[in-house]
Design a protein around this ligand. Structure first.
Ligand code: SF4
Length: 323
């Protein structure tokens, strides 16, 4: 890693009054450079809390949009304008409007992995950590529309006993992890605890000891005496787990579970985004993310309702280096 590059980033960060936020799936060097690491909502809340004027959001577009929904007065930069989330793109606002017409009166719960337009059409937002609590809080005499991830939705159905109207979306990174992967890893590490993300398929979750969001994984391992864990989520998650627990062994359930969009962010692109603040100067570099006000206000309501239902939610974004 070029010291010069890091120095330039630090200098510009200070000049621009910027902070760098990195998702748990980001490349290791980006997590190490970031001021804060965490899951998407933790980082958006961190973005809203900080005094910084500029947020460099190292993640994918819907995450930067969520930060823009919560902090419209700040400049939100996504260091690669093409870093999208195929799961979030699996439903459009128009498709959701049609679904709502087919099921009038059904409340809509959308996973935070969705566009700002889809959030604006939803009644409640949720994360993988609180989806069960959000659905549990809704009246039992109503159908509930749940978008866009079918695997998280089925997990919520099982935990709540509620029947949801599921959209057939999925994360192509998590469905790559197979039942065979878990069986093979368990055969090799019979004492290891298996942790799976709710976006994994049902057979993978059935073979797991704990089904957890990325933030919950960190918490779970910290409070466990186990010394080996098989981790069924995007492989970037191994880095914060190792940093927090240097004497524990972590095994990726599948080395194929790599999100190409998360890995589009590089140190150079962070530098360029701080240099030009727009993303126009260098091909593939940053975009300044903003959400039109009428969409932002509606999307904000869905996020606020989630926080009202789940006030016990506590962000556990970590200051880089303070594992
Ligand atoms: S890991 Fe899946 S849900 Fe997360 S950004 Fe990548 S494609 Fe989207």
């Amino acid at each position: 890693m070029s010291e010069q590059l890091l120095e330039k980033i630090e200098r510009l960060k200070e000049q621009r009054k910027a902070v760098i936020l990195a998702h748990n799936y980001q490349p290791c060097e980006i997590q190490d450079l970031a001021d804060f690491c965490g899951d998407s909502l933790e980082l958006s809340i961190k973005a809203a809390e900080t005094d910084a004027e500029v947020i460099v959001f190292c993640g994918v577009r819907f995450m930067a949009e969520t930060a823009a929904i919560l902090s419209p007065e700040k400049t939100i930069l996504l260091p690669d304008k093409f870093a999208g989330c195929p799961l979030a793109d699996m439903i459009t606002a128009e498709q959701l409007r049609q679904l709502k017409q087919q099921h009038p009166g059904a409340p809509v719960v959308c996973y935070v992995n969705s566009s700002a337009e889809v959030k604006a059409e939803s009644d409640y937002c949720c994360t993988s950590a609180n989806a069960v609590d959000v659905v549990k809080s809704l009246p039992t005499d109503k159908e509930i529309i749940f978008v866009p991830d079918q695997h998280l939705g089925r997990f919520v159905e099982e935990r709540t006993g509620r029947k949801l109207l599921l959209w057939p979306g999925y994360c192509h990174v998590h469905v790559v992890i197979t039942e065979e992967d878990i069986k093979n890893a368990k055969a090799q590490y019979p004492d290891a605890i298996v942790m799976a993300h709710p976006e994994c398929t049902k057979p993978v979750k059935e073979l797991s000891d704990a089904i957890l969001s990325t933030g919950q994984m960190l918490h779970y391992v910290k409070n466990s005496k186990a010394k080996q864990f098989i981790v069924a989520t995007e492989t970037g998650m191994i880095h914060p787990l190792k940093k927090q627990n240097p004497t524990v062994k972590f095994i990726a359930a599948s080395e194929q579970a790599i999100c190409p969009n998360m890995k589009k962010i590089t140190l150079e692109k962070i530098l360029w985004s701080l240099e030009d603040m727009q993303g126009s100067r260098k091909a593939g570099s940053a975009s300044r993310v903003a959400v039109p006000e009428q969409i932002r206000i509606k999307a904000r309501k869905a996020l606020d309702r989630m926080v009202q239902i789940f006030p016990a939610w506590q962000g556990c974004s970590r200051k880089a280096g303070s594992q």
